[in-house]
Design a protein around this ligand. Sequence first.
Ligand code: C2E
Ligand code: MG
Ligand code: MG
Length: 707
Amino acid sequence: METMTGCPILAKAPPGTAMPLEPLDFERMFDVLPVGAMTCNLDTFEIDYANPCSIALLQSIRETLGFDPETIVGTSIDVFHRDPLHQRTLLSDSGRLPHKARICFGQEWLDLHIHPLPDSTGRVSRALLVWAIATAEVAKEQEEYRLLRMIDDMPVAVMTVDPVTFNISYLNETSKRTLGQIKDLLPIKPSELLGASIDVFHRHPHHQRQLLADPANLPHHARIKLGSEVLDLQVSAVTGTDGVYLGPMLTWSVITKQVAAEARIQQLAHFDTLTALANRNTFREHLKACLARPDPKLGLLFIDLDGFKFVNDSHGHLVGDTLLIRVADRLRACCGRPGTMVARLGGDEFAILIAEAGIEEARDVARTLLLEIVAPYQIEAERRLEIGASIGVAAAPEHGTDSEILLSRADMALYAAKAAGKKTFRVFTPELETRVHERVRLEGKLRAALAQADSLFLFYQPITDIATGRVTAREGLIRWHHRTRGWISPAEFIPVAEESGLIDELGIWVLNRACRDAASWDDDARVAVNVSAKQLGKGTLASNILAALVGAGLEPSRLEIEITESALLADELDCLADLRRVRDLGVRVALDDFGTGFSSLAHLRSFPFDKIKIDGSFVQDAVQRPECAAIVGVVADLGRRLGVTTVAEGVETQAHLDLVTAEGCTEVQGYLLGRPVPSARDAATIAALNRQAALHRPTSQVRAIAS
Ligand code: C2E
Ligand code: MG
Ligand code: MG
């Protein structure tokens, strides 16, 4: 081993030794050296010597070795390196030696020094490897260093903060780079950030410290405005293997304009722009997701504002929008419970999903909401508005676990709430569904009836002037005889016609029939035709009326149309415009069922009606209840002063007649003076139908129609 004299380690032998000594036995020296020493033949790259310490060290890590340490001599040096070629290149290049390295070997870190060993000719034919297993601390440091390098290279900005001092303890390369790009917005230079307090990034450092100090607050997501830029910040807790909180880690990025635009598009796609509530799609998706969970349980509420269109039309869209925003705020405030989603489905329709809620809880929420929604809204200093709402409730799993079915059932319940007089809620019941199916069937039958028109009839009921006893008008009342169902009441099929849109066709049929019948009457009594709310506001009514008048050759003054109060609630301005056009034709307009709507007197001011028809329920109650009689009196009085005819409907008895006469009504209509009867043309057909029906049905039903 004389070739080893050039070894720098050995050259460290204490200089100037005084005593004459035996020549050095290098091999023995290596045998006792407490570090690993091996030599490698650079022609074969085989280990040709390993000292006992090397063998002992290799024994201690034999688990990761994969070969017997005793056979190390003769083994290729390649076994020590993940990249043998790289290692061979290094060893062959004496210019790069000596070389110091720390290599990872399985679980262990090895500290390695490689020295060139020239032979007697000066050629480096061998390498000396002096090595030791790194201490546990060194290994840990090394591991940390490796992780930090990885984090440094990550494309997100990462910062760690000391949870006690709140100083920045680490910044990765991306952090430094990104901060460099926005350095003008920073209160301190990016190069000084390491070790600086995190407080510089926050307007309320105290809040921030509270947040970061406690891992229970984490993870936390925030957007921080820094000058013109916005930082999207995610804070997570770093904990040791023992669960001890080591401090917060902040990953963050600057939201560029493009990201902000993407966020905006997301917002538009998923949220309603006016109220910022979830939109219909988002709601549907959320519902589906909730129902897809095992054993789904949830409450579903459909909310529809009562008379919102009226607000919109009378106060303008701006006020309408403000009202919607305020309603949305109240809904949100009532639904703070986690797992609740409030959405605007469109227009004045809202929906709420309450996760893990049963029917009872959903019912409670509906009750609370009704109270909250009706409380007055101060829209502007001078403007105080009120609005009601109808709510339909359905729940999973009771009413189904399919999203479409559940939605349609909540809708049915909402429909029932509206039909029940609004400002109320209804929970879905199977009967509602049966009713809906019946309506659909009825719609089909009605469509067929309209196509044939041989089962539809117009009956006429006289309206009589009290003073003269003369019939001033006859009201046309539609009748429908179905082959198997018999007589179907207009109270049942008119709403179906209104909803399905068939009402327009039906309305035209009635107008034409009424005008033609009236043209053939012996007297000059007017004919009164009921016009549905749904026929108004479309701009078509006046032209349909004109066509009917011309077709029948009837004077416009012989026609009267009756509008119910609810018609005026729906679409105020457009409706009034239609009514004015009708009146301009010379056709009279009557307000039907007066007293049943909730702002009756306001309607009288909104349009110059020719006639007020006081609802029959009022007249019938008046005999028993003095306050009803008083109201009949007030309306009659009002009519007199406005120069308007007042008709008392539903006069069935002499007592009714006496009462309404005493109260000052000018005309009467009711069974006492005449029931609705078919026209002369239809009389024979109707008589035949009733005879036929009498054979199959209880007499009471027959009498109701044939009268
Ligand atoms: P309406 O316009 O208020 O018609 C008066 C209703 O009261 C009629 O019911 C009539 O038969 C009934 N009636 C008349 N006198 C008395 C009485 O003394 N006592 C009682 N209890 N009732 C009396 P009908 O024919 O069943 O019509 C119900 C409603 O259906 C009508 O109320 C009207 O709103 C609607 N309707 C009827 N025909 C048509 C039509 O051709 N088109 C439209 N759009 N609606 C119609
Ligand atoms: Mg009527
Ligand atoms: Mg009426």
